[in-house]
Design a binder for this molecule. Structure first.
Ligand SMILES: [Zn+2]
Length: 195
């Protein structure tokens, strides 16, 4: 099953345990914010903080098991054809962020994309996994934003370890240098591979 996340827009994809989600950077250089929520309900979600704690790293690699805020396996990172360094630290862009930076608060945002995709406002937006976003740490812990270096067709694959609802946003950020080229968002493709 193939879906398109429109440029600057969002999409929610249900994923059953065992299914593999492939996120394809169709045009290259596009940042994709990703969240995963347990279909069982409650507040259980993929948690970057818990993943960093267990994996003892800020960047994840194929083979890594990614967990929820209850330390249960949510996803296994199974493949990555991109140069990697998918950011795990930076908050999703939001109307408040654009207002804070002097941009139009009505600017599209990953937070609004997630809420629209899920069809409900969220009291709390978890830290997303920012696929293809490069925010390097130097040896003093300073963050350096860089244009993404992912190429057209680069993709990551994630296997669901529980029934999930995955939220994706083709980040519309043109304020930080987090998207490639001129910062204009591009569409990305999402494929659900049935086993
Ligand atoms: Zn964004």
């Amino acid at each position: 099953m193939r879906h398109i996340v429109p440029a600057g827009g969002g999409l929610a994809v249900p994923l059953a345990k065992g299914q593999v989600l492939r996120v394809v950077n169709t045009h290259g250089g596009q940042v994709v914010d990703l969240w995963a929520f347990a279909r069982a309900g409650g507040d259980e979600h993929l948690s970057m903080g818990h993943c960093r704690e267990l994996l003892q790293r800020v960047y994840f690699a194929p083979g890594d098991r990614l967990v929820t805020n209850r330390y249960r396996a949510a996803l296994t990172f199974t493949a990555d054809t991109s140069p990697g360094l998918h950011d795990t630290l930076i908050a999703a862009c939001s109307p408040a962020m654009y207002a804070h930076l002097g941009a139009d608060p009505a600017h599209r945002s990953c937070t609004a994309n997630l809420e629209e995709s899920l069809n409900r406002p969220l009291p709390f937006v978890p830290q997303p996994w920012n696929l293809f976003m490069v925010a390097r740490l130097d040896d003093r812990g300073r963050i350096e934003y860089e244009r993404p270096v992912s190429r057209p067709g680069d993709h990551v694959e994630l296997r669901a370890e529980m029934d999930l609802l995955v939220g994706l946003s083709s980040c519309p950020d043109d304020v930080y240098p987090t998207n490639g080229g001129d910062g204009s968002p591009r569409d990305v493709a999402v494929e659900v591979v049935r086993l």
